[in-house]
Design a protein around this ligand. Structure first.
Ligand SMILES: *Cc1c(COP(=O)(O)O)cnc(C)c1O
Length: 474
């Protein structure tokens, strides 16, 4: 018979017994396990998750009042607070009726495997500590790199989001350029980055954090084109303080894919780093009919794609790929005596070497598991479904006398005008649909004008759901 480990501890006389509640924290608990797993199972087996949303913050505060104190509470009571109060005030990003921001639609396989990652406390810091996790994550990263046409040398890491990916990549761009300048005997000057006026807000944030300035290219129709680039750069001299150019593969607001080839040519000509932000739109690479719009991405020095967006993985997961991961390692590796052991093999590139983090969850494994189970083909079909829903909605909107598209959609985002509507009317549309739990939509803006915006991502979104949203524009 296997001795009960708690008996073993209790029988060692010189070890003081832990107070009962602390001991309980780490003892297997079949009841709590059962209650939580059954909540999770209900959620995973639901035909459609409810949209939820909208909080009365006063009520929430009173529900939470006193819950964290010196003494704990029965787990059933705390779980009840979550299930009956908190959960209902969190919009379900994974509802097929979610058409705003960038929705999320994790596969069941990825959600289930996310629990394995959690329950096993899987970290993914280094080869030394986590070879299996690192290798599987790298396999998933390789699949993304292959789609983008990056060379065999490419490698990367899963970080918490596109923002973390953009920041980590731009730090490498900056420091690589700086090192080159120092090697060439040039002065260390503040660096600049060429971005379009539609680049994601996280790029501006990354530049602020890294002390770099943006050289903003105005885009006539939201797209960074060869001409827009040429116009912006002409007369500016050799711009030797520029270290990088950012092209967006699917702008968040309008789903526009920049002319990545033009950005790549400029980068090559001038010796700049090319960063491609495909946080939302990278998955469009899966659709053969769109593939040529991404031409040039294969020349990128770094690419970001968010699996927690259009790659159907749970939060929080972004893939950061480098053409030459060694350049990132030279910038991001953390040295500390207690870490020497993970750096024993100089050739190893650890996930912790490729971004500004150290400890990290092996957050790429849910995607890895799901891609291995379903195959890339299923992902392709799922992405094509979103594109089809967007085309359907665009056609319905264009067919209404009171609506017009701002532009034809490149990907799965639609911007449109409802004639006679201003902010209040769009807000009413949003509130009505959410109150009825039929959809969540919000307005956006385009060139200073308030417009309607719809984003399609969930494979379970149907044309009926789209019709309901459009009918609410009456
Ligand atoms: C969403 C998005 C980001 C930011 O990604 P997070 O995962 O939210 O940090 C960056 N760039 C683009 C183009 C995006 O769509």
């Amino acid at each position: 018979m296997t001795p009960d480990p708690s008996d073993a501890v209790a029988s060692v006389p010189f070890l003081p017994a832990l107070p009962i509640d602390a001991d309980r924290m780490h003892r297997p608990d079949p009841d709590m396990t059962q209650v939580i797993l059954s909540y999770v199972a209900d959620r995973l087996l639901a035909e459609e998750v409810p949209l939820d949303g909208l909080a009365d913050r006063g009520q929430l505060a009173s529900v939470l009042d006193g819950l964290i104190a010196e003494e704990g509470h029965d787990f059933r009571k705390v779980m009840d607070v979550y299930a009956r109060h908190l959960a209902l005030t969190v919009l379900s990003a994974d509802s097929p009726r979610m058409f705003t921001f960038i929705p999320s639609a994790p596969t069941k396989a990825s959600l289930l495997f996310d629990m394995v990652v959690s329950a096993s406390s899987l970290q993914g810091i280094s080869w030394f500590e986590a070879a299996g996790a690192v290798m599987a994550e790298n396999q998933a990263l390789r699949a993304l790199a292959d789609l983008a046409g990056l060379p065999a040398s490419a490698g990367g890491v899963f970080v918490s989001g596109g923002s973390a990916g953009n920041l980590s990549a731009l730090v490498v761009a900056r420091d690589t350029a700086r090192r080159r300048r120092v090697d060439a005997g040039l002065p260390d000057v503040p660096m600049r980055v060429v971005v379009s006026d539609q680049a994601h807000s996280s790029i501006a944030n990354a530049l602020n954090i890294t002390g770099m300035a943006a050289l903003v290219v105005d885009t006539p129709d939201g797209r960074l084109t060869e001409e827009a680039l040429r116009t912006a750069l002409s007369g500016l001299g050799d711009l030797d303080e520029v270290c990088a150019i950012v092209a967006t593969a699917g702008t968040t607001n309008a789903g526009i894919i920049d002319d990545i080839g033009a950005a790549a040519a400029t980068a090559r000509e001038r010796g700049w780093w090319l960063h491609v932000d495909g946080a939302y739109g990278g998955a469009g690479l899966l659709a053969p009919e769109l593939r040529d719009r991404y031409d040039g991405i294969e020349q990128a020095d770094s690419v970001v794609m968010d699996p927690h967006k259009w790659w159907f993985a749970p939060f929080d997961c972004a893939a950061l790929l480098y053409r030459e991961p060694r350049l990132a390692k030279a910038v991001h590796t953390q040295d500390a005596s207690y870490l020497d052991v993970i750096h024993e093999h100089d050739d190893d590139i650890n996930p912790s070497d490729l971004a500004y983090h150290l400890t990290r969850r092996a957050r790429g494994l849910p995607l890895w598991f799901s891609m291995a189970v379903h195959g890339i083909g299923a992902y392709r079909v799922a992405v094509q479904h979103s594109l089809e829903m967007a085309r359907y909605a665009a056609a319905r909107l264009a067919g209404r006398p009171d609506c017009e598209l701002v532009r034809e959609p490149d990907l799965s985002v639609i911007l449109f005008r409802r004639s006679g509507w201003g902010p209040a009317e769009y807000e009413g549309w949003s509130a009505r649909l959410l109150r009825a739990q039929r959809a969540f939509v919000t307005s956006s803006s385009w060139r200073g004008e308030v417009v309607g915006r719809l984003v399609f991502l969930h494979p379970a979104t149907t044309t009926d759901m789209v019709d309901e949203v459009i009918a609410a524009l009456d």
